[in-house]
Design a protein around this ligand. Structure first.
Ligand code: PHE
Length: 474
């Protein structure tokens, strides 16, 4: 046996690290933009229901599996199901998924970093020009220099390990992120017309709840809470038996949802403020890159009231905040394959980091080149009636398809293989009264019944839509 398994120093350290994973580009950029596109209040309502009714039990299950096995996802499934069980495949997916998500998340983080540098150096107007984004993502010099900076920061954090790296980074970055966000919201709410944005966001219009809104809210909630990716299994493997999982999971879910909600309080009023007659349907083009074209426009529009300099200051704070959030998320995604190599292949942390970084960088470089620089990667394959780049393929496959599949698998695993009394016993460690709570009964019932059914329906709908261009639910 090697050294004893690393642990977070305290419950707070674990919660901050898990919240650092959960709070990311998805909260600060993805959530508000999705809410704006999908009916504002209607989306918010569905999202809140999903977080409580579906994501919280799945999150608790992931943490419990991780802590019980004290292993990475491959090791965890094997430890609880038996060395040669077919569940090992689910474990493997739990390693490959974060690895591939890290690839596309790295690309986004690099873009955010370039945006940050450009806004700080007074080029917000260029970013907002529409042409800026297209040029940036095809400028090898910007891309590779930023990749080196982002890579060095991540490697630096992970090299220090769980307590001194992951936990410390989260303890510094998460509170600063929260403070910056609140300051931005206060500022945006003082703008003209902010109130119409608030109304659109906070008052649900039930008619707007369509199958697309439901499935969008579900995918967003899953991704945002970092579920289905082996992350909470891995982080769960670093917590002590004294830590109460239920309380921790609730706090992570609350933090993540609050940050998304508050980011909405900033972005939606800002949109309405610079364009009072906006028709939210105009936002309907949902590609990831559209968001990057759109954001600088919101900030630049602020110059009519506060001037270019202060508009740039506000934008810089925003991109710095997103960059922090992205770093702590990226750290958590990369820790999963790293922990796999440490546990299963007996690598040292340094060697595991090297393996993951070298292979990940090759893929991230290829994905970065797939926005036009290399035609073969840009038009990589065609399905669902459209040409897809390598980036699109990774995104469609892992974000949209395999995430709900992994969620489905963990529900089935804890219910039918590991068995619910074991789950219940694990959740009661560090929380004696858990067994008698309402939540215990709810988790016990839902994980084996309607949660997997809903996840399966979402999976079927997504596969039909993405790969066959067919809408199952209209
Ligand atoms: N949850 C993070 C976000 O909302 C992203 C993330 C995805 C982090 C997957 C870890 C794993 O942006």
């Amino acid at each position: 046996m090697g050294a004893p398994r690393e642990e977070f120093s305290s419950k707070l350290g674990f919660i901050l690290a898990a919240a650092g994973s959960a709070v990311g580009i998805g909260n600060i950029v993805g959530f508000p933009v999705n809410a704006a596109k999908n009916g504002g209040g209607a989306f918010l309502l569905m999202y809140a229901i999903f977080v409580l009714a579906i994501c919280l039990p799945v999150m608790m299950a992931e943490m419990a599996v991780g802590r019980k096995a004290a292993k990475n996802p491959v090791g965890a499934y094997k430890a609880l199901a038996g060395e040669n069980s077919k569940w090992g495949i689910a474990g493997l997916l739990g390693i490959i998924t974060p690895f591939m998500i890290a690839v596309f998340y790295t690309v986004l983080t690099i873009w955010i970093f370039i945006y940050l540098v450009m806004t700080v150096t007074g080029q917000l107007d260029y970013l907002a020009s529409g042409q800026g984004f297209g040029e940036i993502i095809n400028n090898p010099y910007y891309l590779f220099s930023s990749m080196v900076v982002v890579g060095a920061l991540i490697a630096g954090i992970l090299n220090f390990g769980v307590k001194d790296g992951i936990e410390r980074a989260a303890k510094i970055m998460m509170p600063s992120l929260f403070i910056m966000l609140i300051l931005l919201v206060i500022f945006v709410l003082t703008l003209d017309n902010a109130v119409s944005g608030l109304k659109f966001y906070l008052i649900p219009d039930i008619d707007k709840i369509t199958p697309a809104v439901i499935s969008g809210a579900m995918s967003q909630a899953f991704f945002s809470l970092s579920l289905g990716m082996g992350i909470l299994v891995t982080y769960g493997s670093y917590i002590s038996k004294k830590t109460d999982i239920e309380g921790s999971a609730k706090l992570v879910a609350i933090t993540d949802t609050s940050v998304a909600f508050i980011a909405g309080l900033m972005v939606l009023p800002a949109i309405f403020s610079f364009n009072p007659n906006i028709n939210p349907d105009e936002l309907s083009d949902s590609s990831v890159s559209m968001i990057f074209v759109f954001l600088p426009k919101i900030f630049l529009a602020l110059q009519t009231s506060i001037g270019f300099f202060f508009a740039s200051v506000i934008a810089s704070i925003f991109f710095l905040l997103v960059f922090f959030a992205a770093l702590t998320s990226l750290v958590s995604i990369i820790e999963v394959p790293v922990s796999y190599f440490i546990d299963e292949k007996k690598h040292s942390r340094k060697k595991a980091l090297r393996t993951v970084f070298i292979s990940g960088s090759v893929l991230a470089i290829l994905a970065t080149l797939s926005f036009g620089l290399v035609p073969f990667l840009t038009k990589f394959v065609a399905y669902g009636g459209a040409d897809k780049s390598l980036f699109d393929v990774i995104y469609d496959m892992f974000y949209d398809t395999i995430l709900p599949l992994n969620g489905l698998l963990i529900c089935l695993f804890v219910t039918y293989r590991w068995k619910k009394h074991n789950l219940n016993a694990e959740l009661s460690e560090g929380n004696d009264s858990f067994g008698k709570s309402f939540l215990a009964k709810y988790v016990d019932f839902s994980l084996g019944t309607f949660i997997p059914v809903i996840l399966a329906l979402i999976l079927i709908n997504t596969v039909a839509k993405i790969y066959f261009g067919y809408n199952v639910f209209g």
